[in-house]
Ligand binder design. Structure first.
Ligand code: PEP
Ligand code: MG
Length: 576
């Protein structure tokens, strides 16, 4: 048994067979069912034939342009295609170990490379590059043969996705019922994939550095998303023990469900609003069951996951927003306009990194793509006829952006009225997730109908710590004195203007931090649905008079560790 330790980012225990995904969907490694073996070998043969045709073409071109003497290299490549140690060896691996064609080919390459490494002759050693070149071509031809998601559907049993990085859009396309867990080399608690894992209840461990290299495809993997432990090929008694713990945990969660139905009112009588963060419309019903009064953050960019251009369509979006409102049955729904980078919107030249955090993203991206923005705003304003909808803009840095966004809403409303559509009043709010917005909260609150603090980004930009980089995750401190001050300032600044302020970052979902947040003056929280029952339990046990004192002590602490001490001491005295 191999044991790996990372950051538990989505609680619970999941056990399944490893499906290894690296470089997006480019490298998929898993064990195929018996009935697929012949088809996998067939795919290898087809890739070999396609590669043969391509290499012959290249050889002819080189012979015609540079001369025959340079074309011989490709003769060697053609011979390699038929070498029993390569494609044929891969076919044997598929047959014997039931690995998918891509991983079998990679294994064959590793074996050949090891042989080359042992050779004394430097000329021969260098031929390793040629073999890798041929295998690269074979792999491309293998993958271009079909949609990798088709393959996923064919893998048997519960799956643990083991990846270097997992994009939320990849996960959004999969059948969640089949997923037992996620294990990633990169990532941390506020990584979007971790947030999504929590909302679809899939245990996850991130920041493992090299799990995708160390865990063999098809291995039995147990993921403990609470402790951050990942066990590879655990013996049956360990599996039985984990399963028992998992059942206990689920029973405990069910026992908390009753709190979901109770009102969130503090012991001294102040109502606290608890809403849900939702990434997928199908989660809205569950959010309501868990006791959410509304949806405090719908991350609309998830519509684009997998759908891309189709997700930009006004009608398609209208149906999603309407569905959310209907699922909440009169509960308020706050939709955040797309918070993506150019590449995620599909408007960037290929090759741009997945997330360009400080480039054209969020509201500034929407403001630069008028057509996209107008379609989204029209869809939202139309959906507002079906319930209490609010529009929220992400990544606002100052008043000018808010004004421009408001003007865009007016323009969309005018366009709809021109089409004979009645447009109801829709509150317009902003995320406070950039320090410049927090520092100008008085100015922004004067022009916004509501604000919501996105602590995930606010922490990373205030502390200059990348939220997705596991190497600095220890420095990502929600309890840093700077964060407490900024939260206090936003709560006060918005409060003075009578503008409602909520917290929708992951800090809101932490039951240990809730008393402190109420003491800092915050009264509205939006969190992943699974956290709602515990949050309500906490709220019902606190007295604001106590939490205000707690906050004032915490605000005097010099370090995050000191703040933690203050919180720990208060646990004994503040009734929770
Ligand atoms: C945040 O930044 O806190 C937030 C809620 O938005 P996201 O996690 O989507 O960046
Ligand atoms: Mg954010």
């Amino acid at each position: 048994m191999m044991k790996l330790n990372g950051l538990g980012v989505s609680p619970g225990i999941g056990i399944g067979r490893a499906l290894v995904v690296t470089r997006g969907m480019h490298h998929l490694r898993f064990r195929v069912p018996e009935r697929r073996v012949a088809a996998e070998i067939e795919r290898l043969a087809a890739a070999r034939e396609q590669s043969r045709v391509q290499i012959r073409h290249i050889k002819e071109r080189i012979a015609a342009t540079v001369g025959d003497e340079h074309a011989y290299l490709f003769d060697a490549q053609l011979l390699m295609l038929d070498d029993p140690m390569l494609v044929d060896r891969a076919a044997t691996i598929v047959r014997e170990e039931r690995l998918n064609a891509e991983s079998a080919l990679q294994r064959a390459l590793d074996e050949v490379s090891a042989l080359f490494d042992r050779m004394d002759d430097p000329y021969l050693r260098e031929r390793k590059g040629d073999v890798a070149d041929v295998v690269g071509r074979l792999s491309v031809n293998l993958t271009s043969g079909g949609d990798p998601l088709e393959l996923f559907r064919d893998v048997e049993g519960p799956i643990v996705l083991v990846a270097d990085e997992l994009s939320p859009s990849l996960i959004a396309q999969l059948d969640f019922q089949r997923l037992a867990g996620f294990v990633t080399d990169a990532g941390s608690w506020t990584y979007h994939t971790a947030i999504l894992a929590r909302s679809i209840h899939v245990p996850a461990v991130a920041g493992l550095r090299n799990a995708s290299g160390a865990i063999p495809p098809g291995a039995l993997v147990a993921v403990d998303g609470s402790s951050g432990e990942v066990l590879v090929d655990p013996p049956p008694d360990v599996v039985a023990d984990l399963e028992a713990r998992s059942r206990k945990r689920r029973a405990y969660e069910r026992s908390l469900d009753e709190y979901g139905t109770l009102p969130a009112v503090t012991a001294d009588g102040t109502p606290i609003r608890i809403e849900a963060n939702v990434e997928l419309p199908e989660e809205a019903a569950r959010a309501r069951q868990r006791g959410a009064e509304g949806i405090g953050l719908y991350r609309s960019e998830f519509i684009l996951a997998g759908a891309r251009a189709a997700g930009l369509d006004e009608e398609a979006q209208y149906l999603v927003y309407r569905r959310l409102l209907e699922a909440m049955q009169g509960g308020r729904v706050t939709v955040r306009t797309f918070d993506v980078s150019e590449s995620q919107l599909g408007v960037a030249p290929p090759g741009e990194p997945l997330r360009a955090p400080l480039g054209l993203r969020g509201l500034r991206l929407s403001l630069s793509f008028d057509e996209v923005f107008q379609a989204q705003l029209r869809a939202l304003l139309r959906a507002a006829a079906h319930g209490p909808l609010r529009i929220m803009f992400p990544f606002v840095t100052g008043v000018e952006e808010l004004r421009a966004a408001r003007a865009a809403v007016t323009q969309a409303a005018d366009a709809l009225r021109g089409r004979g559509v009645a447009v109801p009043h829709v509150p317009i709010g902003i995320m406070i997730e950039v320090p410049s917005a927090a520092l100008t909260i008085d100015l922004l609150a004067a022009e916004a109908d509501f604000v919501s603090i996105g602590t995930n980004d606010l922490i990373q930009y205030t502390l200059a710590v990348d939220r997705t980089d596991d190497r600095v995750s220890r420095m990502y401190e929600p309890l840093h004195p700077a964060i407490l001050r900024v939260l206090r300032q936003v709560a006060k600044g918005a409060g003075r203007r009578g503008v409602p302020v909520s917290v929708c970052g992951e800090m809101a979902a932490d039951p240990v931090l809730l008393p402190l947040l109420t003491g800092l003056g915050l009264r509205e929280f939006s969190m992943t649905p699974a956290s709602i029952p515990v949050a309500k339990q906490v709220v019902r046990g606190i007295r604001l008079s106590d939490t205000v004192r707690l906050a004032s002590r915490a605000l005097k602490a010099a370090t995050a560790a000191d703040v933690e001490k203050v919180l720990a001491e208060s646990m004994a005295t503040v009734k929770r």
